[in-house]
Design a protein around this ligand. Structure first.
Ligand SMILES: *[C@@H]1O[C@H](CO)[C@@H](O)[C@H](O)[C@H]1NC(C)=O
Ligand SMILES: *[C@@H]1O[C@H](CO)[C@@H](O)[C@H](O)[C@H]1NC(C)=O
Ligand SMILES: *[C@@H]1O[C@H](CO)[C@@H](O)[C@H](O)[C@H]1NC(C)=O
Ligand SMILES: *[C@@H]1O[C@H](CO)[C@@H](O)[C@H](O)[C@H]1NC(C)=O
Length: 296
């Protein structure tokens, strides 16, 4: 009975949203929990989950995934610590829409810049996870004045082993047998003894394909590796992340010794956030406090 009433209320709320914003809306409890705003960026309409107030932290998720449930706990903790947390959802996920073919990294970073201008007063610290670190780096390179500092969590190395590089396209291909996808998740995304099943859900094959194409539009990874010329960088290195073999742990600090801090997170692999939320938080809070005090 209670559920039926809740569903009716959600449906009415959704109709209201659709009429108010001409945007898509689907009823799902997980979506209802997130206060959202839509930001137009060219032909795209980006749904941003908006929580808290204070200096802005923008979170960009990994290949083929949305920026919802995986980041609920870290977002709540950042709100508690006094930040405005903005989670722009990738095109094709959780209500974000826009062109999905021939999209470049320039298009995706323009979406982020528009979100920072519209909701963060023009400046933010951006935290990317995995593929999201590439979006973050290119965004910081293209808009250095908007993004003076960035967190790169589970950034792969410049040289990712071939068998590992293809695992997102296996884990995120929902047409493949579950056993195959689970093996890819266990190999490349979750540390030994962590439950990889939790990432069988939450994949968007069309978004993944769009993002693969966008990565191909980056002419030189080394040129964007440090973001802008003065971008301050916190690198989170999961100890069991096969996208960043141990012999590349020092790659980024060696390239930019004067502006990179790196922290190794033990007992975690590429997925990181669902594996070690508290350790991530402990690593980022002191650095965020120092960097956010410099925001204009
Ligand atoms: C995408 O680019 C290809 C060639 O690179 C072109 O044939 C195709 O028409 C383009 N598609 C769209 C939707 O622009
Ligand atoms: C997903 O897997 C199916 C089944 O093997 C395959 O036909 C399809 O090409 C795959 N899709 C992508 C995008 O790789
Ligand atoms: C960043 O550094 C490169 C290499 O030193 C230089 O060519 C480029 O002009 C610099 N960009 C800016 C915006 O200062
Ligand atoms: C990486 O850097 C640390 C600290 O600077 C150093 O102790 C370690 O030997 C370096 N590792 C490699 C493989 O160069």
């Amino acid at each position: 009975m209670f559920e039926a009433i809740l569903f009716l209320l959600l449906t009415f709320y959704c109709q209201f949203l659709v009429e108010a914003t001409s945007s898509q809306c689907s009823v799902g409890p997980e979506e209802f929990e997130w206060p959202s705003q839509f930001v137009r960026s060219g032909a795209a309409n980006i749904r941003v989950l908006v929580q808290g107030s204070g200096p802005a932290v923008v979170i960009i998720p990994s290949y083929g995934r949305d920026g919802g449930n995986d980041f609920n706990r870290i977002s709540a903790a950042l709100v508690e610590a006094g930040y405005l947390v903005l989670r722009p959802q990738p095109r094709g996920t959780l209500g974000s829409t826009g062109p999905m073919r021939n999209v470049t990294m320039g298009d995706l970073t323009a979406d982020i810049a528009q979100v920072i201008d519209t909701l963060a007063g023009g400046q933010a610290i951006v935290m990317g996870h995995a593929f999201g670190t590439l979006v973050t780096k290119v965004a910081a390179a293209n808009y250095p004045e908007k993004i003076p500092a960035m967190i790169v969590a589970s950034a792969g190395g410049l040289y990712v082993p071939d068998n590992i590089a293809q695992t997102p396209s296996i884990a995120g291909n929902t047409s493949l047998p579950i056993a195959t996808r689970l093996a890819a998740l266990q190999l490349a995304f979750f540390a030994p003894n962590h439950d990889a099943h939790i990432w069988l859900d939450g994949w968007y094959p069309d978004t993944l394909a769009m993002e693969y194409t966008a990565v191909e539009s980056v002419p030189s990874m080394t040129a964007i590796w440090g973001g802008g010329n003065t971008t301050q960088i916190l690198q989170l290195i999961p100890a069991y992340d096969p996208f960043l073999p141990r012999d590349q742990w020092n790659q980024t600090t060696d390239m930019f010794p004067d502006r990179v801090v790196s922290v190794v997170i033990d007992d975690a692999s590429h997925a990181l956030f669902p594996e070690q939320n508290q350790a991530v938080l402990d690593a980022i809070l002191p650095w965020l406090a120092a960097q956010s005090s410099k925001l204009g």
